[in-house]
Design a protein around this ligand. Sequence first.
Ligand code: FDM
Ligand code: MG
Length: 207
Amino acid sequence: MRGALIAIEGLDRTGKTTQTERLLAKLKELNITHKLVKFPKRDTQIGKLINTYLTEKSFDLNDQAAHLLFSANRWEVIEEIKKDLQDGTVVILDRYVYSGVAYSAAKGLDFQWCLSPDIGLPKPDLTIFLKFRQSENASRAGFGDERYEVAEFQEKVKHIFENFSTNSEWSPLYVDGLSIDQVHGKIWALLQKYLGGLDNGLQVFSI
Ligand code: FDM
Ligand code: MG
């Protein structure tokens, strides 16, 4: 039996990090072997470049190059993730390929081109997409610190994320008006059937 690959996706400030932390605490409490990988993973060489790109607006990098860095940042850690899955570890991803495609395509890059460098990466067994019915996230505390945290741009990203809603593993979760506990409860309910281990092979991203 292998562990499940679970992605938590969403726009900025929709509570992804808060929720992944809650999830981790719960998995720990139940002694379920697990691991969290947050993308971009900012502590690798490539991740450090990405961090500079995100936090220093003067760091001028063309959109394609930036896109490829985000993808490279996934490829550089994927073998380790696969090994963990094989060992039965539940791997939780805070953002993944979907963010990669949505944020870059929102800048005007071709959708399929954006997906290409990620082709061959394992597909999550479940992707929980945290979303607001309204664009409430723009008014949340802390919004506006990094590149991309601009309401108008977030609207475009939101629109492109919708392209994934036909994927079978895509599970949108509306968080409007829900407390942290309530959202956690809903995420936990979605996760239940993936926690006991899976015996099917991993799918991969393809054209
Ligand atoms: N982001 C994230 C991308 O543009 N491409 C990617 O492949 C990934 C994983 O990076 F604005 C964007 C999304 C977000 C920014 O992410 C930093 P966090 O989750 O806020 O750290
Ligand atoms: Mg952010």
